[in-house]
Design a protein around this ligand. Structure first.
Ligand code: ADP
Length: 229
């Protein structure tokens, strides 16, 4: 019975995801269809319609590209990955976006080398998602602090923001497919992030305090450069 239960649980996640995808893509498609029809009958404002149609197509593209990240773990490449270097690449990538929002990214590494056995592209995605969320959490600016520390059998990474913190109702739903509180969010970032961390045998937890901010903590197991199963 245990195995059966596990399987039905899996089915319901797939079903939830399928329903979410259908809904998320049907909405922009309906809009595109409607505006294309309007463009045919009303030539004068076709410029305006064009922008809406283009925007909706971009949204579908964004949702699909995020879903493709989810599909990738099956052919992932696990190699020795320097976590310090990887985080530097990610923060460099996000620096402009942070600056534009008055956010300063600070990175503090323990002195030791942090070599992890994993898929660099997927691991990058984890930090891109967490740091982007941290930036979004501070509309008035602030500091995102990323700390790494090497412990005996694991690498610990924390991503800390100075945002408003996360209300209870949001906490419960975070990581559910398509759950978002943002106008332009997809609600896929955390689901993908949790998925990748799990693929790396890691653990993730978070602490959030109203008015003070949120800290995500990730622990990746290491043993002579290999993950502990
Ligand atoms: P998206 O960023 O597209 O909304 P995510 O899955 O990454 O999708 O996040 C889901 C929701 O979780 C966000 O809309 C936001 O409400 C909440 N959230 C995630 N990270 C943070 C954070 N650091 N501070 C406050 N809220 C957060």
């Amino acid at each position: 019975t245990e195995e059966l239960m596990l399987r039905s649980e899996k089915l319901s996640v797939a079903g939830q995801l399928a329903a979410g995808i259908a809904h998320e893509i049907r909405n922009p498609l309906t809009a595109i269809k409607g505006f294309l029809q309007l463009m045919r009958t009303n030539e004068r404002s076709s410029d305006q319609y064009f922008n809406i149609v283009f925007g909706e197509l971009n949204r579908i593209e964004l949702i699909l590209s995020e879903l493709l990240v989810l599909a990738k773990p099956q052919n992932s490449m696990f190699i020795k990955t320097n976590l310090k270097k990887l985080i530097l690449e990610v923060t460099t990538l996000l620096e402009t976006q942070a600056n534009l929002n008055g956010v300063f990214i600070e990175t503090i590494h323990s002195d030791n080398e942090s070599i992890l056995f994993g898929d660099p592209n997927q691991l990058k995605q984890v930090f891109i998602n967490l740091i982007k969320n941290a930036i979004d959490a501070m509309p008035k600016g602030g500091t995102v602090r990323i700390c790494t520390s090497l412990m005996e059998d694991q690498i610990k990474v924390t991503v800390q923001d100075e945002g408003e913190g996360i209300p209870e109702a949001v906490l419960k739903k975070m990581g559910d497919p398509f759950f978002t509180t943002k106008e332009k969010g997809t609600g896929l970032g955390l689901m993908i992030t949790y998925n990748i961390i799990e693929n790396h045998f890691g653990k993730v937890s978070l602490i959030s305090e109203k008015g003070k901010g949120t800290t995500f903590t990730i622990c990746f197991p290491i043993k002579e450069g290999r993950p502990v199963k």
